[in-house]
Design a protein around this ligand. Structure first.
Ligand code: CAA
Length: 265
């Protein structure tokens, strides 16, 4: 695989396969496939670290990243073997070390918010726990009508800690997020669309087609405007109106400079 825009090499095919991933970069579109279908794409610490490495080394001309799952499900969440002896979980006694450990795993999820890319989760079948959080980390969720979202962590004695709580609350509101997490119930496609957990619902056999249509539409937009708009929208929940108006002016100055070459800055 080629060198990335920032000079870091992408993980090679062997490293990807070992982590249970595939990566296909085709011009402006990178497709990351969770590729352990015989384990319903259960995810390991190595997988999340490799995802972070992909995020650090994406070629600069990639504009859209699609995340999908091979086989019957998007992902059954964390590989439950991680909970058994030798799985590699810290016991929490050393707070700083545990914090670093989790932060490193979270890096596998945070890069999906980078304004330079638009991220699309193509979700079918089960998206449980970490699988749900991975989908929540993407900008747009296209789901098959057989999707089953479930935030299972509290039922297993843990909290969702892979960056999913913020987008969950922002999508469905605090009370619904509490209800979903503390019952660990399953959300099907119709409800997911109603709650704002899915932007597009496609028949199960037409998920790829729906994703391709979306990607084509995303690529048709001016690249600079897409980056500036995502940056702007990401700021909105944390800004009051005055701050967001200022952010709109800041981003538009950049666009005007780019489009008309004037001296507005
Ligand atoms: N970890 C490891 N192996 C898993 C797995 C997981 N999360 N999910 C499925 N598998 C394995 C099964 O053990 C099974 O292996 P064998 O063929 O060797 O028996 C194989 O994948 C196929 O699984 P099923 O036969 O169960 O497939 P299914 O289609 O009938 O059911 C399923 C799919 C509903 C996802 C079911 O497998 C399941 O409930 N899996 C566990 C889900 C889970 O609890 N995940 C953890 C969520 S919490 C989290 O992710 C975050 C955190 O930090 C705690």
């Amino acid at each position: 695989m080629g060198d990335a825009g920032n000079g870091t090499a992408l993980p090679d095919a062997a490293a990807l396969a070992e982590a249970g991933l595939r990566l296909d970069v085709d011009g402006a579109v990178a497709t990351v496939t969770l590729d352990r279908p015989e384990r319903r794409n259960a995810m390991t610490f190595a997988l999340w670290r490799t995802l972070a490495a992909i995020g650090r080394s994406l070629p600069a001309d990639v504009r859209v990243v699609v995340l999908r799952g091979e086989g019957r499900s998007f992902s059954a969440g964390i590989d439950l073997k991680m909970f058994s002896g030798g799985g590699g979980f810290p016991d929490g006694a050393d707070a700083a070390a545990t914090d670093r450990f989790i932060a490193e795993l979270q890096e596998g999820f945070t890069w999906l918010r980078n304004p330079e890319i638009v991220t699309v989760a193509a979700v079918h079948g089960h998206a449980i726990g970490a699988g749900f959080q991975l989908a929540l980390s993407c900008d747009i969720r296209v789901v098959a009508d057989d999707v089953k979202f479930c935030m299972k962590e509290p039922a297993l004695g843990l909290v969702p800690d892979l960056t999913g709580t913020k987008p969950l609350v922002e999508a469905v509101g605090l009370n619904r997020a509490l209800e979903l997490c503390l019952t660990a119930r399953t959300v099907l496609a119709d409800e997911a669309a109603r709650l704002g957990l899915a932007e597009i619902v496609a028949p199960a056999g037409k998920l790829d087609e729906a994703v391709d249509d979306l990607v084509a539409a995303l690529l048709a937009v001016n690249p600079g405007a897409a980056v500036a708009t995502k940056r702007l929208l990401l700021e909105a929940p944390g800004n009051d109106l005055a701050a967001q108006c200022a952010a709109e002016r800041r981003e538009q100055r950049g666009r005007l400079r780019e489009m008309f070459g004037g001296q507005q800055g």
